[in-house]
Write a protein that binds this ligand. Sequence first.
Ligand code: FES
Length: 106
Amino acid sequence: MIPVTAAFTRFCEVSQVPPNGKKAAKINGVWVLVCHSKDRYFAVSNICSHQVKPLINGRVRNCAITCPVHGAKFNLETGEALNLPATKPIDTYELRIVDDWIEVKV
Ligand code: FES
């Protein structure tokens, strides 16, 4: 039996995520946050692993996002929690750019 693998889904046009900007949207019921930092795009969960709060209003710096609620910081590439109060990572997703569209695999 061939395993079913997730497909890339169009998230938004590249122009909708400006340098150091971010955009959140649901893909197949999953809240995804796309961020731009240091000339790269990242796709992560929009939900903080500490108390299930949205990360969309967090500050993005140096390929990390800081939760606006209690200040936990997450590595945008690995999802790793970099400081307390979060101890668990956030999910990360594959991202690619095709024809000026950002596509994410959830
Ligand atoms: S909800 Fe994000 S650090 Fe507490």
